[in-house]
Design a protein around this ligand. Structure first.
Ligand code: NAD
Length: 480
């Protein structure tokens, strides 16, 4: 059955099916609450093998959902972007699973203390459309590495990919280890009310609040991977060519539909025009044509395209200058949902484009007088998911790192901090809470249980009633 069919007659069954699936996962976890290193390793290897074996099928599904999406970008983000973190988990899993001995004070000896990482149980994952394989399967891989069972609710906006995920994971894993639950927002709402042992949600900040409210009813801990407006600051002395090339590449990757795409750029007021012409130059080098170029990706659907176009008309009406980025001077009339990239000058905070996350190939340029003004601007706005800073001066790099808040940061590049396997990935404030990737990914889906083991001869006996001189002397010694 496809997502389209699910969205009509079968909806009540799908929601009831969620409860059955949850119970099945829970029972299976109770039978095997601590999967061995070998079993976890085998699961990760099976997932990796499936992605490699069915690589073309996966890319076809994602491209079909977008209408037009770069096959290179799709392979990079959805295949390599998942197999690499899996390899990283395989490399580190044995070490992560070890218990951690902790210090025990002299007077508690011969007792000992340790922290034991333990699987949580059943983990729920709600994923969005913009990287529909990566954002479902990377969290799933970390949850499996930590020994959990997983239920996934993929996005209804990428039905081909969601159907493929359902088939692919069904072919490879027992359905009480990892299951996929397709459907629209109502299925998402029902999914978020399940008493998971952990719920990871990736999507918009507004829905993130609903997810947290629903999870609070069950005291289910959440990891929220949200969005926001990620700024790119170019230091006034920095080479504009260098910055514009990196910003252009990151902004046009997946047509700007990346949670960590540079949302807007802060450039010295005397260099705005140079930035515009260098950005145009690099856009033309990367995409000689756009409308029919399979490497330039479509906006996901007509609704999102209309949303982006409304930002442009609102900005124009309020006095912004909108500059086309159209290397071959093409018409986009017959280009489906592809949207011509634009640079936007003379922006002000009352424009919607400077308030909402853009999530498309539009780049506003904020003119600044100096670095302090750029830092003040960023700090005066909600804390973003990412911040980019272009400058080769190490002292100023440190200053910007220390004086601004963002989920993550890249210096002299954009977006690629996401691909550093050994670092956590997550937001701060309205851009999210918690993290996965890196060792932190394993920790997110584990309970770190403190275990104090008492020795055969225990001094604690002397600390219980009837109280006497021993305890008084002991306390005197430590209260000094
Ligand atoms: P979306 O519309 O596909 O929604 C995401 C998921 O939430 C879907 O599975 C959907 O069915 C479900 N959903 C929607 N409403 C729900 C509700 N009320 N209750 C429960 N589930 C519900 O995706 P989107 O929200 O448009 O995604 C884009 C946003 O995601 C952007 O803001 C982007 O920045 C953010 N994002 C963040 C990250 C990250 O890692 N931090 C990654 C990608 C995207």
């Amino acid at each position: 059955m496809t997502v389209a069919e699910l969205d009509t007659a079968q909806k009540p069954n799908v929601i009831a099916g969620l409860h059955d699936a949850f119970e099945a996962h829970k029972k299976a976890f109770a039978r095997d609450p601590y999967p061995s290193y070998e079993a976890r390793r085998a699961n990760l290897q099976r997932l990796r093998r499936a992605l490699l074996d069915r690589r073309e099928e996966i890319v076809d599904a994602v491209v079909a959902d977008y209408g037009s999406r770069s096959r290179h970008e799709t392979t990079l983000a959805e295949i390599l972007g998942v197999t690499q973190p899996i390899k990283y988990c395989l490399k580190n899993l044995r070490r992560w699973m070890r218990s951690d001995s902790r210090h025990t004070e002299l007077h508690w000896l011969p007792g000992s203390s340790k922290v034991v990482p333990q699987p949580l149980g059943v983990v729920g994952i709600i994923s969005p459309w913009n990287y529909p394989i990566n954002l479902a399967l990377v969290p799933a891989a970390f949850a499996l590495a930590a020994g959990n069972r997983v239920m996934i609710k993929p996005s209804e906006l990428t039905p081909h990919t969601s159907d493929l995920l359902f088939r692919l994971l069904g072919d490879v894993f027992p359905e009480d280890l990892i299951s996929v639950h397709r459907g629209g927002i109502d299925v998402g709402i029902a999914f978020s009310t399940m008493p998971f042992d952990h719920l990871l949600y990736t999507g918009s900040t507004s829905v993130g609040k609903s997810i947290m409210r629903a999870a609070a009813e069950n005291l289910t801990p959440v990891t929220l991977e949200l969005g926001g407006k990620s700024p790119a600051i170019v230091h006034p002395d920095h080479n504009i060519k260098h910055a514009a090339e990196r910003i252009c590449a990151a902004k046009l990757f997946n047509a700007g539909q990346t949670c960590i795409a540079p949302d807007y750029v802060l450039v010295h007021e005397g260099k705005v025009d140079e930035f515009v012409s260098v950005f145009q130059h690099y856009a033309a080098k990367k995409y000689a044509t756009m409308a029919n170029n399979p490497d330039f990706t479509s906006v996901i659907n007509a609704r999102h395209k209309a949303r982006l176009e409304s930002y442009l008309s609102d900005a124009s009406e309020k006095g912004a200058e909108v500059i086309d980025v159209n290397p071959a001077g093409e018409s986009f009339d017959d280009a489906g949902n592809k949207l011509m990239p634009r640079l936007i000058k003379n922006v002000t905070d009352d424009m919607v484009i400077m308030q909402d996350e853009i999530f498309g190939p539009l780049l506003p340029i904020v003119a600044i007088k100096n670095l302090d003004e750029a830092i003040a601007y960023v700090n005066d706005h909600p804390r973003p998911l990412a911040l980019y800073y272009f400058d080769f001066d190490a002292n100023r790099q440190r200053l910007v790192t220390e004086r601004t808040h963002a989920g993550g940061m890249a210096v002299n590049d954009c977006i690629w901090h996401y691909a550093q396997d050994d670092m956590p990935f997550g937001g701060i404030g309205p851009s999210g809470m918690g993290a996965y990737h890196g060792k932190e990914g394993f920790d997110t889906f584990s309970h770190h249980k403190s275990v104090f083991t008492q020795g055969r001869i225990a001094g604690t006996k002397l600390m219980s009633a009837p109280y006497g001189r021993f305890l008084e002397r002991f306390m005197d010694a430590f209260l000094r």
